[in-house]
Structure formats: C-alpha cells, structure tokens
Write a protein that binds this ligand. Sequence first.
Ligand SMILES: Cc1cc2nc3c(=O)[nH]c(=O)nc-3n(C[C@H](O)[C@H](O)[C@H](O)COP(=O)(O)OP(=O)(O)OC[C@H]3O[C@@H](n4cnc5c(N)ncnc54)[C@H](O)[C@@H]3O)c2cc1C
Length: 455
Amino acid sequence: MPGQIQEAARSVDVVHETDVLVVGSGPGGLSAALAASRAGARTTLLDRYGCFGGNMTQVGVESIGWYRHEQTVEADGIGRELEDRAAAMGAANPESQSLSQGIDGERFKWVADVLVEEAGITPFLHRLAVQPIVEDGAIRGVITESKSGREAILAKRVVDATGDADMAARAGAVVHKTPREEMLAASVMFSMSGVNKRKFLDAVKADPQTYRDWAGNAEWDIETTGKEDELFSPFLRKPFKRAVEAGLIPENLITFAGTWGTVTDQGDLTYLNLIHLSEIDGTSADDLTRGEIEGRQQAMFAIKALRAYMPGCEDAKLRNFGMTIGIRDTRKIDALYNLTGEDVREQGRFEDTIGIFPEFIDGYGILILPTTGRYYQVPYRSLVPKGVGNLIVAGRSIGGDKVSHASTRNMMCCTVSGQGAGVAAAISLQTDQPFDRLDVPGVQAELRRQGVRLN
Ligand SMILES: Cc1cc2nc3c(=O)[nH]c(=O)nc-3n(C[C@H](O)[C@H](O)[C@H](O)COP(=O)(O)OP(=O)(O)OC[C@H]3O[C@@H](n4cnc5c(N)ncnc54)[C@H](O)[C@@H]3O)c2cc1C
C-alpha cells in the first residue's frame, strides 16, 4: 500500500428521514422492505445499482425455487409471492429441474418496481451505502455516495441486507468470513440467445444428466443422502470436456461445469452457471476486478465450446453477462444465535421461529434436496447482530456456520429472513423495544397475518 492520506471532515446534507431503512434489495432486502411497509412502518429501500432484486436481477440468478419437489414444505410468505407475481406478470418461465418457476431476471426488474410502488416504499436507487451513522452504540442511518455526492439518510431502524453485512461490519458488529481459500466460488453468469430449443432439449433428453453426474472433479464432488443421485439435473460438462480434448479451449478450463435454468421458445438459454472462480473475496475490490475480467474471458470460451459441442447451440451467441460478478460467500454476523449444520440437517426447532425452510442444502460439497417433507425453523435471534443497536440483518449474512450458510443463503430462505427482519423492525418501532429484547410473539403474529408459515 503506497501510504495513507487524511480525508478532510465535512458536513453532509440529510436528504431523507424514515422509520425503517433497508440497505440492499436482493431477496432479503426486497422482502424486508415489503414486510416492514405492510406492517405499517414508513419504509425506504436503498440499492447501489439502478434496479431492485439483488442477485435475481443484477447477477441473473433466476432459480428461486429449483429445490421444489412434490414433498417440499414451503415457508409461503413473500418468497412465494415473488415467484407467483413474476409468473403472473410474464416474468418467469418453467424451471427445468423442479416444480418451480425460473424468474426472468430482466423482466423482474420491472416486477420489483411495481411491488415497491404498490407497497408505498420510498425507492432510493444508485446509492452506495458507505458508512453507518452510529451514536451511543446504535445505528441512526447511513451515509451514501452517488452521482449526487455524499448524502445522509436517517432511520429509526436499519436492516442490513447488503449480502456482505457492509453496514453491520462498519458499525462495529462482530462479523466473520470463511477463509478465502475455502470460500464458495464466485461466478460470472451469462445467458445466450439464438438457441434452437427443440434440438437443445432433444439432446438433453437423449443423454439426461443427474445429480450423480456432478461428481468428477474436486469442486463438484458432493455428499448427498443418496435420494438425489437419480434425479434429473440440467447439468453440463460433456461439451466442455470435448472442447478441451479437441484443443478448442485451454486445458485449465476443464473446470467448466454447471447448470442452465430455462430455455425459452424465443431461443434464450438463461442462468448459465458454468464459471466458478475460487479465492475471490467479494469484499475486496481487487478480487472483484480480477474475477470479472477472468470470468468474462472464461464465459467466452464456454460459449465457443457450447457452439461446437452442444446440439442446438450452433448459432447461439452471448445474450448478456450479469450486471456484476456473482458472490456467494462473504461476511456473516455473529448473531444472538448462530445456526449450525446440525440445525439445518436435523430439522432444528426454535421457539422464536420467524419462518421455515425445507431441508435444502447446497454448498461446501453438500447437496440435499427436500424430497421428504423435512424442514427446519429459522430463529429470530440469527438475524440480530451483537453490539450495535437498531440494526438487524437479512439475507445471506445472517448468523451461522458454513453448512447452515449452504442452506440459508438460498434465495427463498433469504426471503424468510428478510420478511422476518422487516416485520421485526416495524414491531420494534411500534413497541419501542430494542431488537435484542423484542416481543417475538408479536413478530410471529404479524408474520402469520402476512401469510408466513412458522411451523
Ligand atoms: C452465481 C450464483 C448462483 C446462485 N444460484 C442460486 C440458485 O440457483 N438458487 C438460489 O436460491 N440461490 C442461488 N445463489 C445464492 C443467492 O443468489 C444469494 O445467496 C442470495 O441472492 C442472497 O440474497 P441477499 O438478499 O442476501 O443478497 P443479494 O441478492 O446479493 O442482494 C444484495 C443487494 O444489496 C445491494 N448492496 C450491496 N452492498 C450495498 C451497499 N453498500 N449499498 C447499497 N446497496 C448495496 C446489492 O446491489 C444487492 O441488490 C446463487 C448465487 C450466485 C452468486
């Protein structure tokens, strides 16, 4: 580091005051804002980019319910509403491996706008929250940077739904990260257009892949319960293997493998989750820079291989890259209760449940699909960080260990923690109680009223 400079102190205009400020608008934040507003709080939803939706719209992660099978028990609530609303507004397509809808990430930008407007939420786009305003150990709002310069937004309660616990970490809450070399891989996501749907699906049917086929190199060697092994998976590896063998793409890209999400009548092949970049810490701008550039280069090689060796893709071309590299794994808060692998594997039950999630684990070498009706409860305490007042966390940075993260990071579970956090923020205000001494039965009553299944 070539030295340090001192930044001059300056006054910042307060541009807005609100009851509940939600920072970040992914499945966690969008759900939190809708829930807080529906529970009666004046709510503001802030995001660094020009659209709401987080990974769904910015990265192109479209498969919100790909785990769903006949026996799957769902939390209902806002997560299911997002999926159903997307389908009703023509922003979804049947997902290839499950009884769910794949969100159309582009159209969902508009769906999210409509939901935010209908709920009477104040929208703040294009603002990066850079610093929490902390007084007497409690967060009072955030400072943002944008084309308008530096601005302050004051709030009585703040929901950190940045995915990276940016506000919690900078406010002094205890957070932790998985060591870089063990972090879940980052991915540059892309979609293709010009795919011959019939030819493509015929080829998939002629050589159907299952979750067992994921095994084959270190990253994709997975633990299952056995019941997953025979199920169909929209998995692609063979075209890349052939391309390496033929010398069409570099040998080190033998790592290419992964899934596709939907293929439309118009020939769009979406959610191409094929590029996996290790040792990218999403809280390091240097790592993000490296990942974006390397990931795009790899995606272009992947397209070359698909055009050569995947029937139906002969004339296909890149449709789009995600607006940003996809990050799976950064900071988690040290919460009042940190979920454990045992909780998510063995149907954890908690008196302070704010919702349920089916037994679905995907990450760190484990794939367990909810085909048996088993589920666990998400405890309220896993959203509450230690050491900072007025702050609650939603989405993938809630408290837990690696294996629990492999479950709670999934988008539908992020909507569960999001809805719980939003309702908790509203109830905390109405009852004038801090998050760490909140009337949880009151939160549960409002969640039930909003259609959430708690047990
Ligand atoms: C490539 C990839 C594939 C995946 N596949 C699946 C899948 O198939 N199914 C599934 O369920 N899950 C999948 N996941 C996981 C899932 O997408 C995420 O864990 C989930 O989206 C996390 O939700 P979130 O709301 O916590 O955060 P995000 O969706 O990351 O949303 C965070 C939001 O906060 C905003 N933000 C961040 N920092 C700031 C700041 N400082 N100021 C203002 N705004 C900020 C961001 O712009 C974003 O809108 C995948 C993830 C990746 C990366």
